[in-house]
Design a protein around this ligand. Sequence first.
Ligand code: FE2
Length: 204
Amino acid sequence: MRSYRVPMAKASDMTKSAGVPSYTVPGLTPEEGLRVSAILQNRLNALTDLHLTLKHVHWNVVGPHFIAVHQMLDPQVDTAREFADEVAERIATLGVAPIGTPGAIVADRDWDDYSIGRAGAIEHLAALDLVYSGVIADYREAIEEVGEVDPVTEDLLIGQVGQLEQYHWFVRAHLETAGGELKSAGSHTEQQASAAVDGSTDAA
Ligand SMILES: [Fe+2]
């Protein structure tokens, strides 16, 4: 029977085959267009991963804060999908083919899959705090790099990360004590963060 799935290596090769485009936006060299698009491809991978991960949490959250967190996450999913679309179309505008297939994302990302299955709301949010921290820190680096050659792409990413930072606050507000401390502070893995708030139904 024919397999639906293709080997991941082929998808990865697709990404690596991106060469210097024959045209790019006016004012950039084709080499600069390629450099900016490579940075954007990494953001596209992160955003696609993020909106899938947020849906996974939307489906797997249980417990007393179920409906609040379940419903809070859908606008975040929609926004991450919109941002992925903006980034992919910027790559195409730069003359390079954006890669949106799952295998390419898995092959090219340098982070692991989200690791929490069915769990309470606060446990998931403690893990999502780390997810957003990673995505946002990488945005800051991307902004710094593209800012050297393309202020238009820099502006796009700055606008996006401001919204992501607000969503990060929505997540963290559930983990915050009245004294302003994060209950999962100091955790370096999703499992650690989730365990740090295990059994907590009210972080206040
Ligand atoms: Fe839903």
